[in-house]
Design a protein around this ligand. Structure first.
Ligand SMILES: Nc1nc2c(c(=O)[nH]1)N[C@H]1C(S)=C(S)[C@@H](COP(=O)(O)OP(=O)(O)OC[C@H]3O[C@@H](n4cnc5c(=O)[nH]c(N)nc54)[C@H](O)[C@@H]3O)O[C@H]1N2
Ligand SMILES: Nc1nc2c(c(=O)[nH]1)N[C@H]1C(S)=C(S)[C@@H](COP(=O)(O)OP(=O)(O)OC[C@H]3O[C@@H](n4cnc5c(=O)[nH]c(N)nc54)[C@H](O)[C@@H]3O)O[C@H]1N2
Ligand code: SF4
Ligand SMILES: [Mo]
Length: 746
């Protein structure tokens, strides 16, 4: 009997928990939290422990699948790529924009996605790029881009040092945190209170997180922007603005009093449901705290004024001097990132709308178009119509608004390729599915999430098992070569060399880099062994802010050093670094950017028009045992009673003639569904909650366990016409719905 222990970071969500995996006779015998992990200290959630079941899931695809009408067959990799060349190239040659791409969430949890999507997208040259970002955090990218000069510059709450955390639209006790990487979020929240700090949660539902807070405020869905602008207005009204050390780093400050004038909380209490006294009390406490952080997440981003809400959140941090200070919100400095320049930052500023979607003329943001507009781009005839799709690690049929419309649109494509480990509700439309290895069969380093972490750390994981098939980076490289016309059998290592060579060339050409003017070949020879993703990471680590500079600093970081430290390397608490990260044209934080000022007019118009309806507003929710749409084939995670229920307040239920356990028909502008009702006074009156990612009863999928726990998709109700116009993000919270009973108790 052979036994070994492997340490690995869980790649399922943003929390980056360390796992201790015991492997006996080439099978996972046990997974538990790695108590020596420098960041998570043993914390795990129920999902992390199921990576073995995911790895062993018989429904997980191991070889390429080719569809023939309704039936599927196994294919060799060569055959699959030949089929893709046959299907895709003629369409591409007609019109590059006829190929649409959808990138799903797991791509940001994967080194292959981090490094190899770019060459693929470049080879394709399509403007029809869509991703889960526009059903998620695009408003934050745009707001931060406008304020700080780059869409990737998103400050995170300094959880471990803050005295006051104001949290809106986030439920980290179930989600484990987002745009704020903090393994053991529950423990870190408890620690704030233990050291005498305060946690305030704003949410239309009294969540598990709200139950752990000092104070919970119910808010009408979609109205946080009024609440936050109210807090900012109070700071001016009561002379509480204190920019602290930021005074010289702000541009546009003088415009704020006028912009905020109409938003004092007395005027919006009726809209938000939060009375003016409470708002004033919160504003005072936030301003009085030695350090405080306002943090908003998906519940305040996936709304009609998502970008304004994201801006208003950071405005509060800025006006109280809490940006870039310990215990406020800060910019992490990841090990694989670029070194800070010696000069204060200055850039070209941030732009959206460099091109527009064809049908509804939505502006591009971060190089992407709104996924809410994908269906119409497929359906509407004319030059630039999408006729083929490449979907990678996503399930937009369940995860994007008006999923059924997209479902039908995908069925009408000429050709579709999916890179996915499952035949799910979306990939069942593909002509070819290319399955990458399981998470245990690849190396891992959370590039995206160390850029959003509340503490600077670096942790690299080796694969637990050798992959049966090609790596995902090889799959993406071969796809890139096929669409470049290099043929289905071209050697993917040419892409590896291009990426590694390009990074080294850029590093030696950079005067401030530790490897400036060195010989690129000499650098290349010093790289660590391993797959190309690892070698790319090695270049980034060694030329990064803590790097060994390929010998320049022998104590510095390298992949070798991370390999020698399987519990991770602690790089210290977050440090102030605003000066060097800013990329705005002014070189300052732009607190009143033109696009925001313009969008405030849209808000003012909406406020004038708003007639409070008495109907229900639908919001979403997450559960610790679920992960978007794709962990529902793992039996231990879906066992027990259905969690896909419609939560209603008992008073609302009574008014609609519904009792606990009844089946309700829920109807919105776009669709209707039937779902079991769960009564709870944890939800605000006038609000209903349904989780997303369910609805696994569609024909043609290969998810046997999920099918038995099908549930219904909340995105049959969300409306693809409702978007945050600045960012193109879909509105997923605050959907007007009606409910009615369809049957008595089951
Ligand atoms: N109504 C409503 N809708 C929502 C949300 C909401 O709160 N409410 N949340 C939104 C958010 S935040 C997000 S991020 C999106 C997610 O939306 P998507 O990214 O479209 O969907 P996922 O459910 O994450 O699907 C991920 C897919 O990736 C596959 N996969 C897993 N691992 C890998 C891998 O290593 N490689 C590849 N190639 N594939 C892999 C899985 O099999 C699955 O099919 O959903 C959004 N939709
Ligand atoms: N277990 C689990 N963990 C996950 C995921 C998962 O599906 N399951 N998905 C991962 C992904 S991709 C992401 S992006 C993150 C998301 O992480 P979070 O942002 O923490 O997501 P949620 O748990 O959906 O919390 C959103 C909260 O917003 C509230 N809300 C809804 N509308 C409003 C509103 O108008 N105003 C306010 N103030 N609140 C509102 C909801 O009631 C809910 O409690 O989670 C990640 N982690
Ligand atoms: S919290 Fe996230 S990273 Fe940690 S074990 Fe659970 S799924 Fe994995
Ligand atoms: Mo997400």
């Amino acid at each position: 009997m052979s036994e070994r222990t492997v340490y690995r970071t869980c790649s399922l969500c943003e929390a980056t928990c360390g796992l201790e995996i015991t492997v006996r006779d080439q099978k996972v015998a046990r997974i538990r939290g790695d108590r020596d992990d420098v960041f998570s200290h043993g914390f795990v959630c129920p999902k992390g422990a199921t990576l073995a079941q995911l790895h062993e899931d018989p429904d997980r695809l191991r070889v390429p699948q080719i569809r023939d009408g309704e039936s599927w067959r196994d294919a060799s990799w060569d055959e699959a790529f030949a089929e893709i060349e046959r299907g895709l190239l003629p369409i591409l040659e007609r019109d590059r924009n006829a190929i649409g791409v959808y990138l799903g969430n797991p791509n940001v949890h994967n080194l292959s996605g981090t490094f190899y999507l770019r060459p693929l997208l470049k080879s394709l040259g399509t403007r029809n790029l869509y991703s889960a970002s526009t059903v998620d955090q695009m408003p934050r990218h745009v707001a931060c881009g406008l304020m700080f000069g780059a869409g990737g510059l998103m400050p995170v709450p300094d959880l471990d040092r803050t005295d006051y955390l104001l949290m809106l639209g986030a439920n980290p006790l179930d989600s484990n945190g987002s745009l704020c990487t903090a393994p053991d979020f529950p423990g870190r929240l408890a620690a704030i209170r233990k050291r005498g700090g305060r946690v305030v949660v704003v949410d239309p539902r009294r969540t598990r997180t709200a139950n752990k807070a000092d104070e919970h405020l119910f808010i009408r869905p979609g109205t946080d922007v009024y609440f936050l602008l109210g807090l900012a207005a109070v700071l001016f009204d009561e002379d509480l603005v204190d920019l602290g050390g930021l005074a010289d780093s702000i541009e546009g400050f003088e415009m704020l009093p006028e912009l905020l004038r109409d938003y004092l909380p007395e005027g919006s209490a009726a809209i938000t449901g939060i009375d003016a006294d409470t708002s004033r009390r919160i504003a005072r406490a936030f301003a009085a705290a030695d350090c405080a952080a306002a943090y908003g997440r998906i519940g305040v981003h996936t709304v009609e004024f998502g970008t304004l809400t994201a801006w208003a959140t950071d405005l509060l941090n800025i006006l109280t001097g809490n940006l870039d200070r310990a215990g406020g919100v800060m910019f992490p400095e990841p090990a694989h990132g670029k070194r800070s320049r010696s000069e204060p930052g200055r850039g070209r500023g941030y732009q959206t709308g460099r091109w527009h979607s064809r049908v509804s003329h939505h502006p591009e943001a971060q190089g992407e178009l709104p996924v809410a507009a994908l269906s119409e781009e497929i359906e509407t005839e004319g030059a630039g119509q999408i006729r083929a799709m490449i979907s990678i690690g996503g399930n937009p049929v369940l995860s994007t608004p008006n999923g059924p419309r997209l479902d039908a649109a995908l069925a009408g494509l000429e050709f579709m390729v999916s890179v996915d480990i499952y035949r799910n509700e979306t990939t069942r439309h593909a002509n070819v599915i290319l399955p990458p290895p399981s998470p245990l069969e690849r190396s891992h380093y959370d590039a995206a999430f160390y850029s959003l972490a509340v503490h600077n750390v670096a942790n690299f994981s080796e694969p637990v098992f050798d992959a049966e098939g090609p790596s995902e980076s090889d799959i993406l490289a071969r796809l890139a070569l096929v669409v470049s016309g290099k043929g289905p059998n071209a050697d993917p290592t040419s892409i590896d060399q291009m990426l590694i060579g390009g990074l080294i060339a850029a590093a030696v050409a950079d005067e401030e880099a530790p490897v400036a003017t060195r010989d690129p070949d000499e650098i290349a020879q010093r790289l660590a062994d391993g797959p190309a993703t690892d070698r790319i990471l090695d270049v980034l680590l060694r030329t990064g802010p803590y790097g060994d500079g390929f010998g320049a600093d022998p104590d510095g970081l390298s992949l070798e050093r991370l390999r020698a430290n399987p519990h991770g390397v602690d790089l210290g608490p977050l440090q102030p670094r605003l000066e060097t990260v800013l990329r705005t044209a002014s070189g300052k934080v732009e607190v009143a950017p033109e696009a925001i000022v313009h969008d405030l007019e849209r808000l003012a118009a909406r406020r004038r028009a708003a007639t409070r309806s008495d109907g229900l507003l639908l919001i979403g929710r997450r559960h610790i045992r679920s992960n978007n749409s794709w962990m529902h084939n793992i039996a231990p995670l879906v066992s027990g009673k259905s969690r896909c229920t419609l939560m209603l307040h008992p008073d609302d239920a009574a008014a609609y003639g519904l009792s606990d356990g009844d089946i309700a028909r829920v109807t919105s502008r776009v669709g209707s569904l039937e779902v079991g009702v769960e009564l709870t006074d944890d939800i605000m009156r006038g609000v209903a909650s349904l989780p997303h990612g369910w609805g696994h009863d569609l024909p043609g999928t290969g998810l046997r366990v999920a099918r038995q726990h099908a549930g219904v998709s909340s995105n049959r109700l969300t409306d693809e016409r409702q978007i945050d116009t600045l960012s193109g993000n879909a509105v997923l919270n605050g959907i007007p719905v009606t409910v009615e009973p369809v049957a008595t108790s089951i």
